[in-house]
Design a protein around this ligand. Structure first.
Ligand SMILES: [Fe+2]
Length: 391
């Protein structure tokens, strides 16, 4: 009964989505392009948002100096990874005092997600908790530019922001087309100093976006196309970027793939991999991309027949000449080995937390995610056993 309700909900949403205007951000290719854009938009008070790692990078200092010469700048570098409600509210308070009329978020998914929520909170009185879910943002956020500095998330083009609620041990999404920034800067040179493990984990996040979108039931011609392109580019470039510090071409292709995967999942959604990943990360604070990478083959196997046809398509897309869906899953497992991503979850996940995490997973998946099929409680428990290598 619950499944029938979820499928009807998704169908209605699918039809409704066709009438919602999904903007795509305008793409800029150089960091310096933001100056002209902000001048053209007549912006005066710019909030420059980042985290502790990025604000020390040369490209950041270059951008900061450019902006400082032309605008009033609030340089705020306090965004943590997995931004929580309290940290975002602190940024909102200082931005209000500064009277920010534009926000540049430069960093990975955490910074861009936080920036989108700050932009929305500056124009909406509603609390962050009340923005949870779908279409809860009433007023247009302030002007936003996102500059991704990792190979994943796609936050620069999506409707979503993921926030952590530390009081409730939960991680959840705020989804609204108003959260799509006006501009995104895709300059692969900012990826040249990204540590190799972050190249791997953020690319695995983008790969998960594309695969979960592709195997879901709410695709359009466009989302299939974007997802397939992203999967191909990531599978054939992530190892090169991981192993070659200076290879700009693979980084450029990963950056494009992250964006394309973002466009695919913002319309076709994600699935159980993200729901498990959010639940586990809320309890044990592990990196999102790492968890997605480890969980992806396990969940794809658990879908069984319901995902087979799509996985065979993906075999052909990435040049595997086989009609066995497991061959695509094996390819993903090989990729994890080559990127040195080991499953360390057996010693981390505690028995007593599993029922609570299952509750969070079900809450995230029903009725929004158009997954190939729904898992029973027993199957969810089995997946946890597989994740912990005890099944
Ligand atoms: Fe993700």
């Amino acid at each position: 009964m619950k499944t029938i309700f979820a499928r009807i909900y998704q169908k209605i949403l699918y039809i409704f989505t066709k009438f919602i205007k999904f903007r795509e951000p305008i793409i800029l290719n150089e960091l310096s392009d933001v100056v002209d854009v902000l001048k053209k938009e007549n912006k005066k008070h710019i909030l420059l948002l980042s985290g502790k790692r990025v604000c020390k990078e040369e490209f950041y200092i270059y951008l900061f100096n450019l902006l400082k010469d032309n605008f009033n700048i609030l340089d705020y570098n306090e965004i943590p990874s997995d931004p929580d409600i309290e940290s975002i509210e602190k940024a909102v308070t200082v931005s209000k005092e500064f009277n920010a009329d534009a926000i540049i978020s430069i960093g990975g998914g955490s910074t861009m997600d936080a920036g989108k929520v700050v932009a929305a909170r500056l124009t909406n009185k509603k609390s962050i908790r009340k923005m949870r879910g779908l279409l809860k943002i009433t007023k247009k956020p302030i002007f936003m530019i996102c500059i991704p500095t990792t190979c994943g998330t796609g936050s620069e083009c999506t409707v979503a922001s993921v926030v952590t609620d530390l009081k409730r041990n939960e991680k959840y999404a705020i989804n609204d087309p108003k959260l799509i920034p006006q501009y995104a800067v895709l300059d692969p040179r900012v990826l040249l100093t990204l540590p190799k493990n972050l190249i791997a984990t953020t690319a695995l996040d983008a790969l998960t976006h594309a695969i979960e979108a592709y195997i879901g039931k709410s695709n359009t011609y466009e989302t299939y196309l974007y997802a397939r392109r992203a999967i191909y580019k990531i599978i054939y470039n992530v190892e090169t970027a991981y192993n070659n510090k200076k290879d700009l071409n693979s980084r450029e292709l990963l950056q494009q793939a992250s964006y394309e995967a973002g466009i695919a999942f913002t319309k076709a959604y994600v699935g159980y991999v993200h729901a498990f990943s959010h639940a586990i990360s809320a309890y044990y604070h592990l990196p999102h991309g790492y968890l997605n990478g480890i969980l992806l083959p396990i969940i794809l196997e658990a879908y069984g027949k319901s995902a087979n046809k799509k996985l065979i398509d993906l075999n052909h897309e990435v040049g595997i000449n086989s009609n066995n869906p497991n061959d695509f899953i094996e390819k993903l497992k090989d990729l994890l080995v080559n990127l040195n991503q080991e499953n360390n979850l057996c010693d981390i996940i505690k028995d007593e937390d599993i029922p609570k995490m299952i509750k969070h997973i079900k809450k995230e998946v029903y009725p929004l995610y158009p997954v190939p099929r729904y898992f029973s409680d027993k199957e969810l428990l089995n997946i946890f056993n597989k994740i912990r290598n005890i099944a």
